[in-house]
Design a protein around this ligand. Structure first.
Ligand code: MN
Length: 243
């Protein structure tokens, strides 16, 4: 029995793998986190204790309530930014998993007027674009940039709206999906898309042909059915063992 007793052990295993995969693929480093909605209580979610994602084991997974409080009163320290997760689950009943990272290639797109747009078919989920969250509008000019309160989490969730990805100016991004594996997939391809888009903007001297809205939507639908194939590869690489 882990600290997240009552949750599906398979879901806990997948959440551990998600942490390791996001580290392996360069989306998170010593910071960043990934959560999944509780399989038995949609008002709760599973998230590791405050620690580096690449080191997370099943024993580190905690249960949080809808306001971002650890359910177990004796729980170890939680991530300061757990309200990113709690407020998005509250605002988006369709969302089953949330990734927050400081995905490096994405940062420039939150800090400039250049929009993050789908440059190839693997990032069709960026159809409609990725809104940019400006923390100054809620926290003023002197915050430490962290989503450290429910009010800041709610403001971020509002800016995310119905999108799959929101950029956080001067900080990172948040990626959501209707499954944990798809959230991991999107977080990885958000990072890759940002890298490719920056390269294309340089190579094309600012003139780049992006996917149309219809192309992006169609590509996302096709890729959504193929996520398991990438997950199996990433998991083997991150966790070791046989395919
Ligand atoms: Mn952060």
């Amino acid at each position: 029995m882990t600290a997240a007793g009552g949750a599906d052990p398979g879901l806990i295993d997948d959440l551990v793998a998600a942490n390791r995969i996001l580290y392996q693929e360069g989306v998170v480093d010593g910071f960043g986190h990934v959560s999944v909605r509780h399989n038995r209580d949609p008002g709760r979610f599973l998230l590791a204790r405050s620690m580096a994602p690449g080191l997370v084991t099943a024993a580190d997974i905690l249960v949080f309530d809808r306001d971002g409080n650890a359910v177990d009163a004796g729980a170890p320290a939680a991530y300061l930014e757990r309200f990113i997760h709690s407020e998005i689950y509250k605002a988006r009943p369709d969302v089953q998993a949330v990734v927050h990272s400081h995905s490096p290639s994405v940062i420039p797109f939150g800090a400039t007027a250049v929009a993050l747009r789908p440059i190839y078919h693997m990032s069709g989920f960026l159809a409609g674009g990725a809104p940019v969250f400006e923390i100054r509008e809620t926290a003023g000019e002197a915050s430490d940039m962290l989503i450290r309160s429910p009010a800041l989490g709610a403001a971020l969730a509002k800016r995310l709206g119905a999108a799959s990805v929101a950029l956080m100016r001067g900080h990172g991004d948040v990626v959501v999906a209707e499954s944990l594996k798809l959230a991991v997939f999107r977080a990885i391809y958000t990072e890759i898309n940002a890298r490719l888009e920056a390269e294309a903007l340089r190579l094309g001297e600012g003139r780049v042909s992006f996917l149309t809205e219809a192309e992006a939507v169609a590509a996302a639908a096709t890729n959504g059915a193929q996520v398991g194939r990438a997950w199996d590869l990433w998991k083997q690489k991150a966790m070791g063992g046989k395919p």
